[in-house]
Design a protein. Structure first.
Length: 222
């Protein structure tokens, strides 16, 4: 009985070995067929560009690497100041403000302000920079207690009452009661504005929500 079991086990092992070998051979052949026609790229891609006569001295020079800081500065300038490219027809100064054209001067609607509980919010000006609308914002606390804001709760809406997203930068979370103006910026992607000509801005203190600062119908510069 033991001999029969041993013979059976050996037979099963033999069958498994043969099956495995056949499977491996089939897989190998399928793999060879799949990569047929694939060639190793040339070691020197310059040959395909017809640059075989490049000066050997250049080949001996070490590669020059550009610093990450330089790349980030160039990208930032391109994104936010592409409207100020020399030779391009535009009416913007280097700081993003608008140049007055003779005969077309109009009185600026800015600054615009709102006050609640002796806290003042002022939109000093609004400009376009690259692909964003930039609001220069200031907050002044003339009350007797400090006021705290969470700028992620700032509500920005278009005339159709659609909510817009904005990124706030430079404004402190707590505004002390010293009557000093604290300035910052709010950046809104222009792609969200579509054909809107005005926006509304609301900001409430946190967590008490006793101060409600709202400025309606802020005109968007063309």
């Amino acid at each position: 009985m033991k001999i029969l079991s041993l013979v059976l086990a050996l037979f099963l092992l033999l069958i498994m070995g043969i099956s495995g070998s056949i499977s491996a051979k089939i897989a190998y052949e399928l793999g060879q067929e799949a990569i047929k026609g694939v060639k190793q790229p040339e070691s020197n891609p310059l040959k395909k560009l017809g640059l075989n006569n490049v000066n050997n001295n250049n080949n001996n020079q070490k590669s020059k690497f550009i610093s990450e800081k330089e790349i980030l500065v160039k990208v930032y300038d391109f994104v936010y100041y592409e409207g100020n490219i020399p030779g391009k027809d535009n009416n913007n100064n280097e700081d993003g403000s608008f140049i007055s054209i003779p005969g077309e001067e109009e009185k600026s609607p800015f600054p615009v302000s709102t006050t609640d509980e002796n806290v003042v919010m002022t939109v000093e000006r609004m400009t376009r920079q690259g692909g964003a609308l930039l609001l220069d914002l200031s907050l002044t606390n003339k009350s007797t207690e400090k006021v705290e804001f969470l700028y992620s709760f700032m509500d920005i809406r278009d005339p159709q009452n659609r909510a817009l997203s904005g990124i706030t930068d430079g404004l402190p979370r707590q505004i002390p009661p010293n009557g000093q103006a604290y300035s910052g910026t709010v950046r809104i992607p222009i792609s969200l504005l579509e054909t809107s000509e005005k926006i509304s801005l609301s900001l409430t203190d946190y967590p008490s929500q006793e101060v409600n600062l709202t400025i309606m119908d802020i005109p968007i510069p063309e």
